[in-house]
Design a protein around this ligand. Structure first.
Ligand SMILES: Nc1nc2c(ncn2[C@@H]2O[C@H](COP(=O)(O)OP(=O)(O)OP(=O)(O)O)[C@@H](O)[C@H]2O)c(=O)[nH]1
Ligand SMILES: [Mg+2]
Length: 319
């Protein structure tokens, strides 16, 4: 039986091959395990991955007890997707985590407040998106795990304070370390949203405009204020869009849909067969056709195996 490995799996495998230290290898292996389709054809591969993972964990435990290592942080993905909050000191990263989630990070009007990553869950309609606050990207305390976390996340908010006297140095620094590490602001993963924050402050808008004009060949920044409800509402929507995910609801054949069904969350571009695989490997194996109620497919239209699901589709899987 073909393994049908997904692009997410191959991307994690690539990271595993490139990883030079155990924590990065462990993180990549965990992602491979999560991304591998769960069916009979991959059982051996799954077992192999688990064995490698357990060996690496044991090795790194041993190393920890024998050598005093620098800390390495990694935040396990939860919910519909992970968005990392990163950027220079004092830009407002923790402020966004504080306002958009129930987490309670330290927010302070001086740089270098945040010392380790802190996750929080942001409700978006009927799903949860994980936001992760991180320590600042700054020359004097940059750690390689900070860049590893950026490489491994689904999407990132890169936040600058447009009124900071060091804004240009900060921007140059971030562009330099990203380039050295091969992280592209226009790449497919992670997808970036670059924010020019604190436009509510005096001269905030004109400072944003000058900075935006200077750097727009390298990236497109968006003006924002963490203190504005309008900005925050738009940002929630942008975070959902940038994750490139779709929500699909299922119902049993011939029955009415549930009252408040929880959606299955899939990558944009997934097919109806991917939905069946996500629901259960048995469903995928016996899958014959589906009926779909959605924005473009109405009234239970029958669809083929290659049908690409859309956000909000309600599907009935027939075996
Ligand atoms: N006026 C204004 N102040 C803001 C805004 N966003 C954040 N702040 C303030 O800016 C200061 C720094 O915010 P933090 O969220 O702690 O910044 P940070 O990026 O987490 O800083 P580090 O953890 O040191 O990297 C705090 O006093 C915030 O209240 C904004 O949109 N407008
Ligand atoms: Mg902070």
């Amino acid at each position: 039986m073909p393994a049908n490995l997904t692009p997410v799996y191959y991307e994690a495998e690539e990271r595993f091959k490139k990883a030079s230290v155990s924590p990065e290898k462990i993180a990549a292996l965990q992602d491979m395990l999560r991304a591998i389709p769960k069916h009979k054809g991959t059982e051996k591969m799954q077992a192999g991955l688990k064995r490698r993972l357990s060996r690496l964990r044991k090795e790194s435990q041993k190393k920890k007890s024998t050598a005093s290592q620098k800390p390495f942080y990694y935040v396990e993905r939860e919910g519909a997707g992970q968005v990392l909050l990163c950027g220079p000191p004092n830009g407002g990263k923790s402020q966004f985590l504080d306002t958009l989630t129930h987490a309670t990070p330290e927010v302070a009007d001086y740089p270098y407040t945040t010392r380790r990553p802190l996750p929080g869950m942001m409700p978006y309609q009927d799903i949860m998106i994980q936001l992760v606050d991180t320590p600042p990207l700054a020359p004097d305390l940059l750690e390689s795990w900070q860049l590893a976390m950026i490489e491994q996340t689904d999407a990132a908010l890169l936040i600058f304070d447009v009124n900071d006297a060091n804004l240009l140095e900060q921007t140059e620094f971030v562009l330099k370390i990203f380039e050295e590490r091969g992280i592209s602001l226009g790449g497919p993963r992670p997808s970036f949203i670059v924010l020019g924050n604190k436009i509510d402050a005096p001269d905030g808008e004109s400072n944003f405009a000058a900075w935006h004009d200077l750097y727009q060949p390298s990236f497109q920044a968006e003006p924002v204020s963490a203190l504005s409800d309008d900005c925050l509402a738009q940002l929630r929507q942008r975070l959902f869009d940038v994750l490139k995910i779709v929500r699909v609801y299922t119902k049993a054949p011939g029955k009415k849909p549930e009252e408040n069904p929880s959606p299955y969350v899939l990558k944009r571009g997934s097919t109806i067969v991917d939905v069946a695989t996500t629901v259960h490997k048995d469903v995928a194996q016996s899958f014959k056709f589906a009926r779909v109620w959605g924005k473009t497919k109405t009234e239970g239209q029958m669809v083929e195996r290659s049908y690409i699901v859309e956000d909000g589709d309600l599907v009935e899987l027939h075996g």
